[in-house]
Write a protein that binds this ligand. Structure first.
Ligand SMILES: C[S@@+](CC[C@H](N)C(=O)[O-])C[C@H]1O[C@@H](n2cnc3c(N)ncnc32)[C@H](O)[C@@H]1O
Length: 461
């Protein structure tokens, strides 16, 4: 295998939990994107590791009967919705199996079997937030390049091509966010071109327009945040007012100035241009305040279902202390606050903690407290709660946090994870003191390989 770069007529034997198909030429594992079991493909090796390799399809000779035509015109270039070639019910079947496979392979957990996955009602327009980038160098499709025609103006507004910080796809229609998301992007591009504004070039570190974030709520509120790369607040203001003239449903608008070489807008102050200063998202009984920079789960209706699982599973009679670790804006703890005596949330981002306190007040809860800091540092000072809800980032928990939970001995842990592989690793360790009652996968991101998984653990006596 060392010298061979291409393999022909390989049958895909399975798909792994990262979404890659598996072929085994000469008995060695090769991961291949964009294929389904049973398909027969020619593959070019792109990267080698010691005991496996990665490849891309150069020819597909035989299609799986499950394969469908992707619905988005940008599917080939855009890294956003990578699984459009599989019908949504099949995606759910695979995700359910991925959870079982990962828990068994990494956590050594084969029982209980995961409950049937909770899918989305809609597999499109499910996101409440999208961030578009302006670029002077639109991504050219292979056919445009082959045509040899000169393209004078390559300004684009859309998503970055996968792996390319300097190339943006000029998106026509995107299926990720409800209306008026597409109308806003189309109008923004039209305004920018009409005024001949420059689009930010990350190589040259110049250009006025950098990014446009659109946030929507289930009740139809719309917030936009324009990022500019020069000190031109007058232009930002007039741009946003023109945008509202074109799309009157915009109810809140901000801009920020980022003159640095870094695209991270988080450190930069947002300036209010017009409309409301916040929008409100409904989540079960809660009404959550969303500031321009607030974190909130990007699929609002599935967030409600996810939190409902945690709420239904919590063994509570109104007297318990519940610890909400990695709490963000406190949404899980607040979702359960009427079922327990006290909620203590811990979150490292101070703004999110401020949001959690604001949301507690807004929803009339006085039995909650939220602490800013690292879970690892704060956990041991928080006493012995009855219930711990954990929702860490993709990396999972630090081993010290896992050990602290084992020493803490809460009666119940509900572990929410956006990466079952790290969850499985943490569970393996937690099983020295806890046992698993049930496992519930939830799909938050149709057309992608991402899976959310909830595990209910109880203290072993
Ligand atoms: C997956 S989000 C969960 C947020 C929240 N539970 C929700 O449902 O919206 C993980 C959160 O953990 C926070 N975080 C990451 N590392 C942390 C740490 N070491 N200590 C405390 N919070 C952390 C992040 O800022 C983020 O808000």
């Amino acid at each position: 295998m060392a010298k061979l770069r291409e393999y022909s007529n390989q049958t895909v034997i399975d798909v792994e939990d990262g979404g890659n198909g598996i072929i085994k030429p000469e008995g060695r594992v090769v991961f291949v994107e964009g294929v389904l079991p049973g398909e027969v493909v020619d593959v070019r090796i792109t990267r080698r590791k010691r005991d496996h390799a990665f490849g891309v399809v150069t020819e597909r000779h035989f299609d799986s009967e499950d394969r469908i035509e992707p619905f988005c015109a940008h599917f080939a270039e855009c890294g956003g919705c990578t699984w459009q070639y599989l019908p949504y019910p099949k995606q759910l079947e695979y995700k359910e199996r991925f959870v079982a496979d990962v828990l068994r392979r990494i956590g050594g957990i084969s029982e209980p079997a995961p409950l049937p996955i909770i899918g989305c009602d809609t597999d499109r327009h499910y996101r409440n937030k999208l961030e578009w980038s302006f670029s002077p160098t639109r991504w050219l499709s292979p056919s445009e390049i082959d045509s040899g025609e000169a393209v004078d103006d390559r300004r684009a507004l859309g998503f970055h091509v996968k792996g390319r910080f300097d190339r943006v796809i000029d998106i026509g229609t995107c299926y990720l966010q409800p209306d008026p998301s597409n109308a806003i992007r189309t109008a923004a591009r039209e305004i920018a071109l009409r005024h001949d504004y420059s689009f930010h070039d990350p190589r040259e570190h110049s250009g006025l327009l950098r990014g446009l974030t659109v946030r929507t709520t289930r009740d139809g509120e719309v917030m936009v945040i324009l990022a500019i790369g020069e000190q031109r607040p007058d232009v930002a203001e007039s741009f946003l007012h023109e945008l509202r003239d074109a799309v009157p449903r915009i109810s809140s608008a901000f801009y920020l100035v980022n003159t640095t070489q870094n695209d991270d807008n988080a450190p930069h102050t947002v300036h209010h241009a017009f409309g409301t200063e916040t929008i409100s998202e409904r989540c079960g009984p809660l009404s959550l305040t969303i500031h321009p920079k607030s974190f909130f789960q990007t699929n609002s209706s599935q967030a409600e279902r996810l939190y409902s699982v945690v709420r239904d599973w919590a063994v509570a009679d109104g007297s318990q202390t519940l610890l909400d670790l990695y709490c963000g804006i406190g949404s899980i703890g607040l979702f359960l606050a009427d079922r327990v005596g006290r909620v203590i949330g811990v979150e490292s981002v101070a703004d999110a903690v401020a949001g959690a306190r604001e949301n507690a007040q807004r929803n009339g809860y006085t039995n909650t407290e939220f602490h800013a800091g690292d879970v690892r540092a704060l956990l041991t000072a928080l006493g012995r709660p009855d219930i711990v809800v954990i929702d860490p980032p993709r990396a999972g928990m630090h081993p010290d946090v896992v050990e602290a939970l084992i020493r803490m001995r809460p009666r119940q842990i509900i572990y929410v994870s956006c990466k079952p592989a790290t969850q499985a690793r943490d569970l393996k360790r937690l099983l020295s003191a806890f046992y698993i009652v049930r496992i519930q996968p939830v799909d938050m991101f149709p057309q992608t390989f991402h899976i959310e998984n909830v595990v209910d653990l109880r203290l072993a006596t």
